[in-house]
Design a protein around this ligand. Structure first.
Ligand SMILES: [Zn+2]
Length: 71
């Protein structure tokens, strides 16, 4: 099952990179889409599309599972 294992490792790495990207964008750092080099922006819950991180062209579209505010 070497292929399966490799696939999982790649997924885990991509997942980790995505988590880091989300963290940076939410912290107010400007990051660019790796495909189109447009700036990424945050969509918050209650706006016209699902909460997440998007680029202007739509090749980056990471939907966030927003936890309800605890306060
Ligand atoms: Zn893009």
């Amino acid at each position: 099952m070497a292929e399966f294992k490799q696939f999982n490792q790649r997924n885990a790495k991509a997942y980790q990179q995505q988590r880091n990207l989300i963290k940076q964008v939410l912290a107010g750092k400007s990051r660019c889409c790796e495909h189109c080099q447009q700036a990424l922006f945050v969509v918050l819950p209650g706006q016209s599309k699902p909460a997440g991180i998007y680029c202007a062209k739509g090749c980056t579209a990471i939907e966030l599972e927003m936890a309800a505010p605890s306060s």
